[in-house]
Each structure stands twice: as structure tokens, then as C-alpha cells.
Design a protein around this ligand. Structure first.
Ligand code: HEM
Length: 479
């Protein structure tokens, strides 16, 4: 489907001027719903290139700095992106090193269970607003991974609020893109000032934390490195004077560090928190499934064990299948984007697609393809068990490494989400322990679980998750 994205002006007085601006900003867009084409483009690339560029970013850090400071998401495919990507995947998100953050995960779990228990006790029928508790637990955990342990509660809350404010203003960001920079800043002065204020607030919160890490002399051997430590030590390539071939390396500037930490906190917490809510929503809606998950846990975890430890998570086949099925049916990132470059020479359905065209791949449409799944609209974890159709399908294989794409909640190809491993670990670990600690029952009427999605920056539950909880293990984690 090829069209130009229209955005109607919202005020009569500025209508004409806005329309001109919108025309200037609008780019041709192609939506690819066919999974074979998606595989071809995302994994194998286009005829002429790697097809790994994204459209010009509208993330705050990039926009506010006049497009000087990139993060991973905004960086064009090339040496800078490669250096940033290698840094994050070789250390802090390296699946073989994730065990170093085990104490942080455990602390986050204890905090979450205590919070839910407290809410349960203070409500007459055990009702909790799980959505908010899950979000703040996931945010606190990712802060530890980013800045190390010891960031105080009040600051974490302030950082979470600022992150939330940024997500709220995000939809209005495209008007400040490269082509319309200064004129849109005048026309939308209030919005621009709000953005500047938010960015300044973030700098005020993050820079002291970054400086504190920078000035530390020693790190004890048992302490995991924080993401920001790896960024402080990172040398990124400086493009050569006459070509893009790097001639030397430089350290990241403070503003770049702030932008990259913001990206890590946002990407690492919101999408995971939203997905965990979808998973727990099905746990509430389907008591049979909840019981099956619990039986499986009880079979491998002793009654006296304090928690479902990370060592046993791999044995919980049904529980893992529930997580995969939630990722398939409710991918929390609504769209994967690429932009055609001059060198891509992209041809679709026999037609050449001009450079600059934005290509959108909606993960939900690939995952509901009847040629990939039986009953694609049904929530059926069994499909991921032996003999169930998606049998022994790893997420990587499902996203194209096996020669086709069957689901792509984490995207696909070179720009695929580098946080997939840690995200799945967080989902499985928290879900297992929440099911073991509490019985999750549905609330009544307006407070019941509603599986209708709300598509915004992330695809979240339209009605935030609430449930009635019954404590299963008095005096244990949530006692
Ligand atoms: C359930 C949780 C998550 C989902 C559904 C998700 C989904 C995605 C998707 C769809 C993309 C775009 C991929 C593409 O263009 O092909 C992406 C990119 C990215 N994600 Fe995630 N993500 C999750 C968790 C995380 C976590 C935990 C982190 C880090 C701590 C993270 C960091 C990133 C980064 C840095 C990128 C940009 C990568 C690049 O451009 O090279 N994500 N994610």
C-alpha cells in the first residue's frame, strides 16, 4: 500500500501554514503485511543495500539537540551505530552476562510483591492496581542496570515521571523534524518549550549520576558494571574528513550519554512492563491456564524455596509457552520502521520504491497470518509445546533466522531489538514468581480485565490491569 501520510491541521488560524508544513514533512509510506516480503527485506536486505536505516528519529534527545546527538535507535546504519550496538550487546545485554544483575532482579521482585501485598491488605476484597506496581518495579530494575545500585527511591520516582512525560509528548515530536526545524519551533512554541524543559530536567537528574560513576576509582569484583560505565569508556568513530570511513575515535559527550541512558530506561522498562501486564491479564482471565502454570512451578520448586529461581526457569515449558504466545498475540511495539536509502534500490511488486520512503512492518499482522499459524487470533500457548505446531520455535528463529518470519515482537534483521534476551528473562522470572506468590482472580464490572488494546507509543491494555489477589504463601516473599 503506498500513500502520503496526511495530518490534518487542528486550528483554523494556523491551518494554511500548518498544511504547508505537513506537506513538507509527509513522506511516502509503504506498509508491508506479507511475512515473506518482510523476511526478504528485513533479514536479507534489498537489492542494493542492507536496508537497515530507520526514518529520521523523533526521539527527544535527537530533536532537542538539533539532531547532533544520536542514540542506538536513531543512529544511521554505519560505524557509529555499529560501535554503540557492539557495546550494548557485548556487555550489559549479553545473555551470558545477565546473571550479574540477579541481585537487582531479586530486589525488584521483593519490592513488587511487597507493594502488591500492601495494596491487597488495604483493600476490602484484595483488589490491586497491578499495572502501576509492575511499571515501577520494571523501571527500578532498569535504573539499576543503567546507573548501578544505590539510586534513591525518590530520584527513581522522579525519573519515572519524567520518562512518562516524554512518552506523552512523543506523538507531537515529528513537527520538529529537520525540514521544519525553526519555523515549527515558533509555531508550536509551547510544545517546544515543554520539550526543552523535560530534557533539562533529565539532564539535571542524570548528569550527577553519570558524574558519580565517572569519578569512582574502584569497582568491587562482585559488582556488575552499569550500562553508563560502558558508555563512559566507549570510543565512537569520528567520520573521516573526506569520507564516512572513521579516522579516529572520541568519547561520548554528556548530552549523548543522557540521550542513551534515556533510551535504555525507556526501551528497557515500558515495553517489558506492558508485556507483563498482557501476560498477567491472561493469567487472570484463564484460571485453567493459571493452575497449569502453577502446577508446573510446584513440580520443580520446593514448597520452602523462597522464590522461583532463575536456574529452573528453563524447565517451565508451559510457562515459557504462555510468554511466547503473549508476545505473538500482543507485541507491545506496534510498528517496525525502515527507510529506503539511495543505495537500497528497493523494488516491491515490480515497482521501484523511491529513496526516502518509509517502510512500516506491523508485528501484529505478521503474527496473525493464517499461513504461519492455525487459529492465529486465539490465545493458545500449546502451539509452542512439542507437537503443537510452533514446536521448539525460538524467538530468533521465529523472527527470520530459520528462513521465514512467523512473529516479530522484537523486530528482525540487523536492527532487531538487542534487549530480547533480557526482556524474556524478566517476563518469565516475574511471571513465575507472581503466579507462585498469589492467586490472581478477576475483579467485577468496570474493574474486570479488558483485553482491548490501546495503541500509542506502545500497545498497552486500554484498561490498566487490576485483579483481586489471594496470598498463597503466608510469611514468604509477600508475607
Ligand atoms: C518486551 C520487551 C521489548 C520489546 C517488545 C521490544 C521491541 C523492540 C522492537 C520491535 C525494536 C525495533 C527492531 C527493529 O527495528 O527491527 C526494538 C529496538 C530496540 N530495543 Fe527493544 N524491545 C523490548 C525490550 C527491550 C529492552 C529490555 C531493551 C534494553 C534494555 C531494549 C532496547 C532496544 C534498543 C536499544 C533498540 C534499538 C536497536 C537498534 O536500532 O539497533 N528493548 N525493540
Amino acid at each position: 500500500i503506498l500513500w502520503r501520510s496526511p495530518r490534518a491541521p487542528s486550528s483554523k488560524a494556523l491551518g494554511a501554514l500548518r498544511s504547508a508544513l505537513v506537506r513538507l514533512l509527509s513522506q511516502p509510506v509503504v506498509v508491508v503485511r506479507d511475512r515473506m516480503t518482510a523476511h526478504h527485506l528485513l533479514v536479507r536486505g534489498s537489492i542494493g543495500g542492507s536496508f537497515s536505516d530507520r526514518p529520521t528519529s523523533t526521539v527527544a534527545s535527537f530533536v532537542v539537540t538539533g539532531q547532533r546527538f544520536h542514540n542506538l535507535n536513531s543512529a544511521p546504519y554505519g560505524p557509529l551505530w555499529r560501535a554503540m550496538r557492539r557495546n550494548i550487546t557485548s556487555d550489559v545485554l549479553n545473555p551470558l552476562r545477565l546473571h550479574r544483575f540477579r541481585p537487582a532482579r531479586r530486589r525488584a521482585l521483593l519490592g513488587l510483591v511487597a507493594d502488591l501485598s500492601q495494596q491487597r491488605k488495604s483493600s476490602p476484597n484484595g483488589l490491586v492496581l497491578a499495572a502501576e506496581s509492575i511499571r515501577s518495579a520494571m523501571f527500578g530494575l532498569i535504573v539499576s542496570m543503567c546507573f548501578g545500585d544505590g539510586v534513591d527511591e525518590a530520584r527513581i520516582r522522579a525519573m519515572a515521571d519524567a520518562q512518562n512525560d516524554l512518552i506523552q509528548v512523543f506523538p507531537g515530536m515529528p513537527i520538529f523534524s529537520k525540514h521544519a526545524g525553526s519555523i515549527s519551533r515558533i509555531m508550536y512554541r509551547k510544545r517546544w518549550n515543554k520539550l526543552l524543559a523535560l530534557r533539562q530536567k533529565q539532564e539535571e537528574m542524570y548528569l550527577p549520576l553519570i558524574d558519580a560513576r565517572r569519578s569512582r576509582r574502584h569497582r568491587s569484583a562482585s559488582e556488575p558494571p552499569a550500562y553508563v560505565d560502558t558508555l563512559i569508556g566507549l570510543g565512537v568513530p569520528v567520520p573521516g574528513e573526506h569520507s564516512q570511513v572513521p579516522s579516529s575515535r572520541r568519547a561520548l559527550k554528556d548530552g549523548e550519554l543522557v540521550g542513551m541512558c534515556t533510551e535504555f530506561l525507556g526501551a528497557g522498562s515500558e515495553a517489558v512492563a506492558a508485556e507483563l501486564q498482557w501476560i498477567m491479564a491472561y493469567i487472570v482471565k484463564r484460571p485453567d491456564m493459571q493452575e497449569a502454570v502453577r502446577r508446573e512451578i510446584d513440580a520443580v520448586v520446593g514448597a520452602d524455596a523462597e522464590e522461583v529461581s532463575e536456574e529452573v526457569l528453563g524447565k517451565l515449558e508451559y510457562l515459557n509457552a504462555v510468554v511466547l504466545e503473549a508476545l505473538r498475540l500482543h507485541p507491545t511495539v506496534p510498528s517496525v520502521f525502515r527507510q529506503v536509502t539511495e543505495s537500497d534500490h528497493l523494488i516491491l511488486d515490480g515497482r521501484p520504491i523511491p529513496a526516502g520512503t518509509v517502510v512500516v512492518f506491523p508485528p501484529w499482522s505478521v503474527a496473525r497470518d493464517k499461513t504461519a499459524w492455525a487459529d492465529p487470533d486465539e490465545f493458545k500457548p500449546e502451539r509452542f509445546l512439542a507437537g503443537g505446531g510452533g514446536q521448539s520455535l525460538s524467538l530468533l528463529a521465529a523472527a527470520g533466522s530459520a528462513g521465514e518470519i512467523r512473529m516479530m515482537p522484537f523486530g528482525a534483521g540487523r536492527r532487531m531489538c538487542p534487549g530480547m534476551g533480557v526482556a524474556v528473562l524478566h517476563l518469565v522470572y516475574f511471571m513465575a514468581n507472581l503466579v507462585r506468590e498469589f492467586e490472581w482472580r478477576e475483579a467485577d464490572g468496570e474493574l474486570a480485565v479488558d483485553l482491548k488494546p490501546q495503541v500509542a507509543f506502545f500497545t498497552v491494555m486500554g484498561r490498566p490491569l487490576r485483579a483481586r489477589l489471594v496470598l498463597r504463601r503466608e510469611d514468604k516473599l509477600g508475607g
